[in-house]
Write a protein that binds this ligand. Structure first.
Ligand SMILES: C[S@@+](CC[C@H](N)C(=O)[O-])C[C@H]1O[C@@H](n2cnc3c(N)ncnc32)[C@H](O)[C@@H]1O
Length: 365
């Protein structure tokens, strides 16, 4: 005889259910870890949780993104029908009720000391202190003191141009098949820094470029360089630039400083005109994880200082871009080879490792 569960009508999309199971299993593991901490005083479980949990979460997230992308179309005239399964009402499954019961039972066992905010139980802060995010501190091989973006680039500006290598970003831009640079009429350069990207675009014939950056000292250098028509001091997630005004949006070497990629991809979408391209050049997550190196500079006292660095997997980019509406048109990866070793001989040990990537996203319609 079929069980009650198998006879029940489907009440949520399979990926939705997977998400519920993930949430419950996470609460379950975290509860056990917190309970263990208060029972034994050991922080080992807490430390291990912060490493193991993100790995599991990202695996499930990637699967949940991949599965519907195989089965549904998310654009065109059928879009509202295609999305329908995701809007079905959700009812908790018996497994979820069991999970909640287990959680309540475990929480009742915890001592009153648990009334402290849970985030205080975790050391450091990594990627903005987000529990469950891919935190750079899990890979950090340098242990440099870390400062925020404005402080860091405000100091690095003194020798930024001498330390950033063209092979990281400009060489990748040179490899792109599209967009057709000469056909671009107006570009928004998000995280324009000292204007390197803007100058490269001018060289390709882009006639008008607006730049946005958070760091006034970087903007001052860009101003002197003169590659941009307009420079705005703002966050790339809220630029204040006009809607649909750009047929190219570009952002080079900044996303590792953002804790939420969704906001960048959504803002780029808002600025983009129909059929516009969004070109994003990024530090490769593999390199950040393998080298254990944050984005860093040497200050005037000779100290190596890190600037807040986050690890965004390729799947993070794909998920954030697709959610904003973008279609992937092109993707290149920059691998360390002779050109890199010529400018950084010490990086022979990283030969054949990918270090950067360039995505070209397209706004259809
Ligand atoms: C490595 S530099 C890249 C600059 C330039 N795109 C280039 O390729 O040389 C990173 C720049 O991003 C800026 N930045 C980082 N986070 C930002 C944010 N949330 N909003 C605006 N600018 C940001 C920094 O101020 C810095 O100028």
């Amino acid at each position: 005889m079929p069980s009650r569960l198998t006879r029940a009508p489907p009440t949520s999309a399979p990926t939705g259910t997977k998400g519920h199971n993930l949430a419950v299993s996470d609460v379950d593991s975290l509860t056990a870890v917190i309970a263990g901490h208060y029972r034994t005083g050991s922080t080992t479980g807490l430390d291990e949780y912060s490493v193991a949990c993100p790995r599991r979460v990202w695996r499930v997230q990637q699967f949940s993104w991949w599965m519907p992308s195989m089965m549904h179309r998310f654009g065109g005239p059928d879009a509202s029908f295609d999305r329908h399964p995701a809007t079905l009402p959700v009812r908790l499954s018996p497994h979820l009720h069991r999970g909640n019961h287990h959680l309540r039972r475990e929480l009742r066992r915890l001592p009153a000391a648990l009334n402290r905010p849970v985030e205080n139980l975790f050391r450091g802060g990594g990627a903005g202190g987000i529990i469950g995010a891919m935190e750079f501190r899990n890979f950090d091989a340098r242990g440099y003191r870390t400062v925020d973006v404005r402080t860091g680039y405000g100091e690095w500006v003194a020798n930024y141009e001498q330390t950033v290598e063209d092979v990281m970003d400009l060489a990748l831009l040179d490899r792109l098949q599209e967009p057709s640079w000469a056909a671009v009429t107006r570009a928004a350069d998000l995280g324009c820094g000292t204007g390197r990207t803007g100058q490269w675009l001018r060289g390709k014939g882009v006639p008008a470029i607006d730049g946005v950056d958070l760091t006034p000292e970087m903007l001052a250098v860009a101003q002197r360089r003169g590659a941009h028509d307009r420079l705005v001091e703002a966050d790339v997630a809220a630029t204040g630039l006009a809607d649909s005004a750009y047929d190219l949006v570009i952002s080079s070497l900044i996303d590792e400083h953002l804790d939420d990629l969704n906001r960048l991809y959504r803002e780029a979408w808002r600025l983009a005109a129909p059929k516009a391209a969004f070109v994003l050049v990024t530090f490769h997550p593999h390199f950040i994880m393998t080298s254990g190196m944050p984005t860093h500079y040497t200050n005037s006292a000779g100290e190596s200082v890190a600037i807040t660095t986050n690890v965004h997997l390729v799947s993070d980019h794909v998920a954030a871009a697709l959610a904003a509406g973008w279609r992937l048109a092109e993707l290149h990866e920059g691998v360390i080879g002779d050109a890199w070793v010529a400018v950084k001989p010490k990086w022979e040990r990283f030969r054949n490792h990918p270090i950067s990537a360039a995505y070209v996203w397209r706004k259809d319609g």
